[in-house]
Each structure stands twice: as structure tokens, then as C-alpha cells.
Design a binder for this molecule. Structure first.
Ligand SMILES: [Zn+2]
Length: 292
């Protein structure tokens, strides 16, 4: 478990600025000065809260900004899991398939770098025959729908999808996004307070959304990369991850785009990065004898 370093300090000294608004002077100027002081406090608080929650992720080797503790993440995931199961028609009734998903998921965790973490992993096969999707809740609750599972022809393809979802959990992507949203909201709010012009307000919102979308895309590519690493370490042929992209691309070609494609980058665009991840794991080529 990564140690949690939190040094959140309220910008209390900045409150001294409140006196500024009490100063005598031309009224309109006073009002805009007060607004700027409030905006400054809001922006400073958002920035200090965000950058004060710096943490090192030992699996990805990255420094990230997280406002939740691992315990809180696990609790959030456990709390939300029953609702996710219910929304997808319950768990799949076939206990053998459920066991297979569970075994492949835990093999991926226990035979790879993922085992050096304290996340509480659970793998669920959902009955939903319509929605082609897989997702992970913070802390380790991982789900795959029957609609996606039914498209697999090998265990390695299942391992590819589960490895990708394990990557989201270990990358702490949800928690990082929650922290980022807090920062974005704080800064957007500050801009709104500083200027009552509608144009600035819209610009601030758009910048905020663009930043968040870009991070989401990088999270997906990092999950692909981690998925390739975990499945390779667990003895699966990582080329199955490319087959997963082909399965997803084919699923997207039908009438209704699958859920997975609305939250994930285009599968074709992910293949090259997956190839690079495979080359990094196996620089001398993929060895024989891996599970397809
Ligand atoms: Zn994903």
C-alpha cells in the first residue's frame, strides 16, 4: 500500500485580504476588488488542496494527485458494486463462468506486479446480454458483461480486458479524476467570481472539460499498457489484447455503438500503443508457450 502523504493547508493568511473590501473608495472598483480577492482565495484553496495531495504510485512509477485514501476508494467501490450489478441484470447465473472470470482475474493479480498492492479485487460476470462493456470501480471491483464475454474465443482475450480494468484500479484513475474535478471546479468557480462576463465563464468551463477529457484518454492508454504487462507476467500471450481491440472495433460497427466505445478511445488508435507496450515487455520478441 502506498503511504499517503497529505499536506492540505487552508490559505488562511489570504483571509487578511478581506479588509480590502472594507476600504473606502469608488463603489464599482471596490466591488470588483472584493470579487478578485474571493476569486484569489478560491483559486489558491483549489490549488493548495490539489497539489498538497501528491502521491507516488509504485506500480506505474508516476506521481499523482489524489484526495481519497485507499481505504476510502475500496469503500466507495464496495458500496457502489450492488447497484452496478443490479443495473446490468444481476450476476450471470452460470457459476462455472463466474468462477472462470474470478480465477483469471485473481491469476492476473497474483502472478504480476499487481500483487504488490493492497487493493481488494473482485471480478464479476454480469448477466447483461446487450451492453458490450467492462469497467472497474475504485478499489478493485471489476465487472464484465455477458455481451462482451460472449465475443471472446480465448482465455487470453478475457485476461486482456480484465488486465485493462486492473490497470484502472492500480492507476487510481477514478480517484485522480475526482481530485482533478475538485481542482477544475475550484478554478472555474474562481474565474466565474472574478468576472461576471458570460464569455469568460464559458471559456473557463470549456478549458476545464478539455483538460479532463485528455486525462481520461491517457488513463485508457495507460490501462492498456498495464494490462499488457500484467497479462504477460501472468503467462498470457499479450497479442490477445490486440484481438480484444479487433473485437471491440467489430462490436462498434453494429447498429448501436457499445458502451465501451463511448468511454474509451477508438480501438484502432490503441493498437499501436499496445504494440509498443508488448515490445517493452518482450524486447526480444514474444516467447513461445504463453496461454493464448
Ligand atoms: Zn478503460
Amino acid at each position: 500500500m502506498p503511504r499517503v502523504y497529505r499536506r492540505i493547508q487552508g490559505p488562511s493568511s489570504a483571509f487578511g485580504g478581506r479588509r480590502l473590501s472594507m476600504r473606502r473608495g469608488p463603489a464599482p472598483r471596490n466591488g470588483s476588488k472584493a470579487r478578485l480577492v474571493v476569486a484569489f482565495i478560491m483559486a489558491a484553496f483549489a490549488l493548495v488542496s490539489y497539489f498538497g495531495s501528491r502521491e507516488y504510485n509504485p506500480v506505474t512509477g508516476e506521481t499523482q494527485y489524489i484526495s481519497l485514501t485507499p481505504h476510502q476508494e475500496i469503500a466507495m467501490g464496495l458500496q457502489a458494486a450492488p447497484r452496478m450489478i443490479q443495473q446490468h441484470g444481476g450476476l450471470h447465473p452460470d457459476a462455472r463462468l463466474q468462477e472462470l472470470v474470478d480465477r483469471v482475474g485473481h491469476d492476473l493479480v497474483n502472478r504480476s506486479a499487481a500483487r504488490d498492492t493492497d487493493w481488494q479485487f473482485d471480478f464479476h460476470l454480469l448477466a447483461d446480454p446487450q451492453t458490450v462493456n467492462a469497467f472497474a470501480l475504485p478499489g478493485g471491483q471489476v465487472f464484465i458483461t455477458a455481451a462482451l464475454y460472449d465475443r471472446f474465443s480465448t482465455e487470453g482475450q478475457l485476461a486482456g480486458v480484465l488486465g485493462h480494468e486492473i490497470g484502472h484500479v492500480i492507476g487510481r484513475h477514478s480517484a485522480a479524476r475526482i481530485a482533478k474535478q475538485g481542482l477544475t471546479q475550484g478554478l472555474t468557480g474562481a474565474v466565474l467570481v472574478a468576472s461576471d462576463s458570460y464569455g469568460t465563464e464559458r471559456a473557463a468551463q470549456m478549458v476545464g472539460q478539455m483538460v479532463n477529457m485528455k486525462y481520461g484518454r491517457e488513463d485508457e492508454l495507460q490501462s492498456d499498457q498495464l494490462g499488457v504487462l500484467f497479462m504477460s507476467q501472468a503467462g498470457y500471450d499479450p497479442r490477445a489484447m490486440i484481438e480484444v481491440m479487433e473485437i471491440l472495433a467489430a462490436a462498434g460497427g453494429e447498429d448501436r455503438p457499445p458502451e465501451f466505445l463511448s468511454t474509451h478511445p477508438n480501438p484502432e488508435n490503441r493498437i499501436q500503443r499496445i504494440q509498443e507496450a508488448m515490445d517493452a515487455v518482450f524486447p526480444d520478441g514474444i516467447p513461445a508457450g504463453l496461454t493464448p
